[in-house]
Ligand binder design. Sequence first.
Ligand SMILES: [Zn+2]
Length: 294
Amino acid sequence: MPSWIPSLACASCRRPLELDANNLPAQASACRYCGARFSHHRHVFRFLDADHHTRRLLQTTEGGLMEAGYRRPNRLLSKLRRIISSEYFPGKDWRRAKAQTLANPGLKLIIGSGITRYEDAVHLDIDDFPGVDVVGDAHHLPFSDDSFAGVVCEVVLEHVRAPQQVVAEAWRTLAPGGHAFFIVPFLFPYHGHPADFSRWTHEGLAQTFAAFEPVTVGIHAGPCSAMVNLLSEWGYVISGLPYPRGYTLIKGGLTAALFPLKFADLAVNRFPEARRLASTLYVHAIKPQTTAPK
Ligand SMILES: [Zn+2]
């Protein structure tokens, strides 16, 4: 039985579901306290109805492209993109922060996991992409308070309607001493995966995690990554071509021409004011052992 099943709670009233590991519920079930429905099939739990507004976004052009990328990943394209892309992440600090979060003993929650899997973790996303354990809404996490030693959420917060609520849910479900590791975009073009609502400066990110202590904010992808991304995106926009066909052509072509510039971030990320133009930022925040009311 997956180790995270006892941590499951009603997404609506937050009371523990108290599931019997040897007698998991049949496909459709309801919370015994409030009646909120959920379903279960082969250790994948669903807390989002098909008509939930977030799931309806998967039917848009951008949502469909995101889903296709997860359902039928193109390995060759992924390999190429690792080099021929606008993003370069040379920093040691963010890697150390993420490693510390994942190494904190106990269960970890991955919010918006896509098709990425981690050891000793439960993986939540808005649909049952390969590797997802729980189909749920990050604004209403279906887990009990103090369940996790770590919460990891990489370039997902810009895609939720109320990011502060998602951070509050990370706080609620983290045990005291638990680590949060988030990556968010700052100077990064619009990308509907499946929708795109927000951006953060380093100050805004620290403010969003103000309840935690300590909070460290730093560069994930730097100014040269941002420049490659913005220039190639600008080239696409002024081409006037429709999305997504013209995008693949122009954005892809310009990225292929400009991507070597991103490697300058190896030096530039260390410059004192580099974060003024960062592409993406990370935050590493710890829920204190003793907590004052938030
Ligand atoms: Zn309930």
